[in-house]
Write a new protein. Structure first.
Length: 255
């Protein structure tokens, strides 16, 4: 059975200053090096339900798929995560079909598997993964959102996108269509580097350079301190949405 090298992980979530409910969900499986954050949408009840289903089903199916692996083959890991996303999508659709009050609910998803120094990241929607090292925060994921697509087509500048009232309009989501197309990325997570999975409640208010600075300033403190400081800054800037930060620090070398 796969056993992950020791990493330090911490997660915190906050309702923010505007929303009446926290529709973010998160989960992990340290044995298999799995970490996931989901940001729900679709009304007070629907968003909560969609994000929780997405987290639980993703972890369950990813765990089942990875149990069959005898090594850390990158392609097998990518297939396992893709199947887990597809299962989460079907589970959200099935629940919405069963309960008319939940019709139209959905969720973003960003997740990672850490296997030694090998890192595989999957995302649907605009929740993000950042790799933080050498004083910089590099976004590993691509936002599936209207404003991100406008920027990529040269129709909008990044500054305009950050001010746009259409920031919350996403173009892919768990539970939106019968089939979902996630993006999957391979990277490395060395000792001394940090992976951040986060909902857009953080990234709407905190710039990547500020993320990197906060993580650097708390490098010798528990990872929970970095989560707290990131969420606190987002709240100081308005806290317009739920805020979830999942921090995973690079694997320690076995003794």
């Amino acid at each position: 059975m796969f056993v992950a090298l020791k990493v330090e992980a911490a997660v915190q979530t906050d309702i923010g200053l505007v929303r009446r409910h926290n529709q973010d969900s998160f989960g992990s499986d340290d044995e298999f090096g799995l970490y996931v954050v989901c940001d729900g949408m679709g009304g007070a009840a629907g968003g909560d339900v969609a994000s929780r289903i997405s987290v639980d089903v993703f972890l369950n199916i990813a765990r089942q798929e990875l149990e069959t692996l005898h090594d850390a083959n990158a392609e097998c890991t990518r297939c396992a995560l893709q199947r887990a996303v597809a299962a989460a999508n079907q589970a959200v659709l099935a629940r919405a079909a069963f309960d008319i009050a939940l019709r139209g609910m959905g969720s973003t998803l960003v997740a990672a598997r850490v296997s030694g120094e090998k890192l595989t990241v999957v995302n649907v929607g605009d929740s993000r993964a950042y790799l933080v090292h050498n004083g910089s925060a590099v976004q590993l994921t691509r936002d599936h959102s209207f404003v991100a697509e406008q920027v990529s087509r040269g129709m909008m500048t990044q500054a305009q996108a950050e001010r746009s009232h259409m920031q919350s309009l996403i173009t892919r989501a768990i539970g939106a269509e019968s089939d979902v197309l996630p993006d999957i990325f391979d990277a490395t997570l060395h000792a001394g580097e940090t992976l951040l999975l986060t909902s857009d409640g953080l990234t709407r208010h905190v710039h990547p350079d500020e993320i990197a600075a906060i993580l650097a300033a708390t490098a010798y403190e528990p990872a929970s301190a970095a989560c707290h400081n990131l969420i606190d800054l987002a709240r100081q800037r308005g806290g317009s949405d739920n805020i979830t930060c999942f921090i995973i620090r690079g694997p320690a070398t076995p003794a």
